[in-house]
Design a protein around this ligand. Sequence first.
Ligand code: NAP
Length: 470
Amino acid sequence: MKMFVAGEWVDKEKRTEVINPYDGSVIDTVPKADSDDVERALAAAVDGARVMRKLSGYERYQILQKASQLIGERLEDLAKLISREEGKTLAESRFEAQRSKETIELSAEEAKRIYGEVVPLDGSSHAGTKRLGFTLRVPCGVVVAITPFNFPLNLVAHKVSPALAAGNAVILKPASDTPLSAMTFVEILLEAGLPPLGISCLTGSGGDLGDLLAKDERVRKITFTGSRDVGERICRAAGIKRVTMELGSNSPLIVLDDADLEKVVKATVATGFSNAGQVCISTQRVIATKRVYADLIDSLKPKIEAITVGNPLDEATKMGPMIREADAKRVGEWIADAVNGGARLVAGGDRQRNLHQATLLADATPKMRVSCDELFGPAVAVTSADSLEEAIALANDSRYGLSAGIFTQDIDRAMQFAREVDAGSLHINWGPGWRADLMPYGGLKESGFGKEGPRYAMQEMTESKMVVIH
Ligand code: NAP
């Protein structure tokens, strides 16, 4: 595919291969953008921001509504593309494509609801009664959106759609592993009537392009989803700009004595292994109280062993490959470290190329990498705790705080968890790996700051002006 810069599809001699992670075949190639392309995209985005700002909310709604409809008509093709470039199973890709349609539709609706508020100036000691004050929400202008590989369509939709709905121009830099879904989305937006200067999509290495985009003064807002360390680098380069950071995690799931174990097993399988564990809110750590600990491990073992790994395009496959062989290898190394440190390998553990088996570790301790770092792979590590208080302390023993879950029938203990665990989302009687696209979503601590979900993202992609009529 070509990339889309400054209103035209652009080709380059230097190109990057897009690889199918399952079989290593080359699906397509994309251009490698350089600093000239970044400059052209930035200059065009400044003009594009003027064009976008002049569209009415209803016109922006119509464009996005049409794009959502087009996605809906192409769900199956998009799902196959996601599976081929990212490696998730077809069922997971269909779900992602359907969610993307909804994310764009939600953004379209929000284009009609950008409210300011009347400020009661007469409450001030010196304003009197004859002044009227109100706020206007205006677009930021140029928004840079940098996206990760693991949801190559929906996480792009979560940034681009609210930015456009709010009247901004966007420069999109998708992950180099998965640029094709993003570029197909750009095609769809243009087909839906988006002014061509409203979006540029640069393909190429984030390491080469990232600083140029992040530090440029014409950019007013950066929205980033990806790893903690890249996020920190972007923050340092950004200077005085608005920034949203959606970073990593090692999400905990607490299981108390009164939990419904059948449901816990279902939730652990569903939220620990989807997309081969490459989900930012994947259940990575299960913290179970001692009375249920052994039963839980026994119940999890056969269910995790039943997760077949294979070709994501084969409908029978339950879990696809990891994105790169190096990542699958790293997961294997962290599991081996844990076992050497005293953890028990209960299920899985083997790997062939990018295909890592679904793995269950018992007796994990907080200092093991499988507990304290972000694994981003298909393994769940179980630790025991004596009490809810100890479980909460273990859950909070992390630099991250994106999402957490608890299983209990006791509302008081559930509320103690919700109040005391430091995470952006808290799930009672399900695992941490659950999201509806309309909810406010984002982390605490080093999992980042700012919220996504179209309505909330648009708050961050608009700015407020105060108007006073004297
Ligand atoms: P990543 O390596 O951090 O890459 C994310 C994006 O940043 C890619 O587009 C990458 O481009 C770009 N990038 C790399 N270096 C850059 C730099 N110096 N400046 C600017 N951009 C740069 O992350 P990933 O491996 O794709 O995704 C996995 C991570 O994302 C995990 O940590 C996961 O938890 C996190 N994540 C978080 C959320 C959330 O909502 N909180 C959701 C999904 C994923 P290249 O591909 O060209 O290197």
